[in-house]
Design a protein around this ligand. Structure first.
Ligand SMILES: *Cc1c(COP(=O)(O)O)cnc(C)c1O
Length: 374
C-alpha cells in the first residue's frame, strides 16, 4: 500500500450552516461536550437525563447555571430567576393571570407576530390594549414615541424586544411614561447583547433560539412585582409566586434543556461574555445587510434603525427566483433559510452560535447567485 493511501484522512463531513429560526443551532463545542458525557454524567454511570431533579448533582448544576446567568446579565438579588417548563407562549397567559387585577388593564406594543399573539392572549383572559401598532407599516419599523398611547389603570406594559418573524427590533428600551412595570419577551435576543435588567419588572425567554433545545422558559422577575401578584385564581403551575417559593422545583423541570442552558452559559463566559457577543452579532448582521443594500437583486423590507440583528429578513426582487435560491442554498450547505409562512421571503437567523464564517458562506453564495441571474 502506498504511503498516501494508508494515510488517507477520514473525509470530513461537508460543513452545514444552520440558519433555523428555532429550534436553532448550538455551538459545536457545546454539542460535542454533551455527546462526550451523554452516557456517563459526572462519573455517575448514568446520563444527565436519567438523574433526579432533586439529586445533589442536579442541584449543583442549577446553582452554577443560575450564578452564571446572573453574572452574564448582571442580575441583582432583587430579581428571582425561574426555570419553567413549557413554551414561551405559556407566559402570554401567565403574565396577565398573575398581574392583572379586576379593573386594571395592560398595554402592549404590537410590532409583529409575537406581540400580537401576546396581546390577543391577554385580551382573551383579562383586559388589555394596544399602545402602538406597527402592523400598519407592515412591521417595517417600530412606531415612534409620538404615536404611543397609554390608558388609565395600566398595571404593566409589554413589548417584544426582537420580533423573530418580522425581523424587527427595538433599538432602545421603550420606557413607559409613569412608573409602570415593564415586561419584555426576549425569546429571540436574550444574551445576544447586554441590557439593563433594572429597567424591567419581568423578562422572559424561551430557550430554543439563543439558549438550548426547547422546553425551558427562563423568567427573571423583580421581587416587588412578584409581591403584587394576585391571590388567584391562577393555575398553580402558572403561579410565579409558587414557582419562586419552590425554587422552580414545584414540578419536574425540563432537566435536559436546563443542563444545555448551563453548558451554553459556560460557553458564553468562555467566549468573553455578552458584550463580546454583541460586537460579533452586530458585525454578522451588518455584513449581511450591507450586501443586501448594495445588491439590485435582494431587498430588506425593514427600515434600517429597526432591523433585527438576530433574524435578517429579505426578499428577492424577482420573487419567482426564491424557490431556486432556497434550493441552491440548501445544496450549498446553507439550510433553513425559508422565511416564516406569514411573511414569506428569506430569513437568516444569526443567533449567538452562528459563526462569522456562516454569514460569509451565505454572502458568498448570495453574490454568486445574483451574478448568475443578472
Ligand atoms: C419563538 C418565539 C416565541 C414562541 O416560543 P414558543 O416556545 O414556541 O412558545 C415567543 N416569542 C418570541 C419573540 C419568539 O421568538
Amino acid at each position: 500500500m502506498s504511503q498516501q493511501m494508508s494515510q488517507q484522512p477520514k473525509k470530513s463531513p461537508k460543513t452545514i450552516y444552520n440558519f433555523s429560526a428555532g429550534p436553532a443551532m448550538l455551538p459545536p463545542t457545546v454539542m460535542q461536550a454533551v455527546r462526550d458525557e451523554w452516557l456517563d454524567w459526572q462519573n455517575l454511570g448514568v446520563s444527565v437525563v436519567e438523574v433526579s431533579h432533586r439529586s445533589p448533582e442536579y442541584a449543583a448544576l442549577m446553582t452554577q447555571a443560575e450564578a452564571d446567568l446572573r453574572v452574564l446579565l448582571s442580575i441583582p438579588d432583587t430579581y428571582h430567576v425561574l426555570w419553567l417548563g413549557g413554551a414561551a407562549r405559556m407566559q402570554f397567559a401567565s403574565i396577565p393571570l398573575n398581574f392583572l387585577a379586576h379593573g386594571q388593564q395592560a398595554g402592549y406594543w404590537v410590532t409583529g407576530t409575537w406581540s400580537e399573539l401576546a396581546l390577543a392572549e391577554a385580551q382573551h383572559l383579562k383586559k388589555a390594549y394596544c399602545i402602538a401598532n406597527a402592523q400598519d407599516s407592515g412591521c417595517a419599523q417600530i412606531p415612534p414615541q409620538s404615536e404611543w398611547r397609554f390608558e388609565d389603570n395600566t398595571a404593566y406594559v409589554y413589548y417584544t424586544s426582537n420580533e423573530t418573524v418580522h425581523g424587527v427590533r427595538f433599538a432602545e428600551v421603550p420606557k413607559p411614561t409613569k412608573n409602570i412595570p415593564l415586561i419584555a419577551d426576549m425569546s429571540s435576543d436574550i444574551l445576544s447583547e447586554p441590557f439593563n435588567i433594572n429597567d424591567f419588572g419581568l423578562v422572559f425567554a424561551g430557550s430554543q433560539k439563543n439558549i438550548a433545545p426547547p422546553g425551558l422558559t427562563i423568567v427573571i422577575v423583580h421581587q416587588d412585582l412578584l409581591n403584587t401578584a394576585l391571590d388567584g385564581p391562577i393555575p398553580t403551575m402558572l403561579d410565579y409566586r409558587i414557582q419562586a417559593a419552590h425554587q422552580s422545583l414545584y414540578a419536574t423541570p425540563p432537566t435536559f434543556s436546563c443542563y444545555m442552558a448551563a453548558k451554553m452559559f459556560s460557553w458564553i463566559k468562555a467566549e468573553g461574555g455578552v458584550g463580546v457577543l454583541q460586537q460579533r452579532n452586530h458585525a454578522k448582521a451588518q455584513c449581511l445587510y450591507d450586501l443586501i443594500d448594495a445588491s439590485s437583486l435582494y431587498h430588506c423590507p425593514v427600515e434600517k434603525p429597526y432591523r433585527s440583528w438576530m433574524n435578517v429578513r429579505f426578499n428577492l426582487r424577482k420573487p419567482e427566483l426564491e424557490p431556486l435560491f432556497l434550493e441552491q442554498a440548501a445544496r450549498a450547505g446553507l439550510r433553513a433559510l425559508k422565511g416564516h409562512k406569514q411573511v414569506g421571503g428569506v430569513r437568516a437567523s444569526l443567533y449567538n452560535a452562528m459563526p462569522m464564517e456562516g454569514v460569509e458562506a451565505l454572502t458568498n453564495f448570495m453574490c454568486d447567485f445574483a451574478r448568475l441571474q443578472s
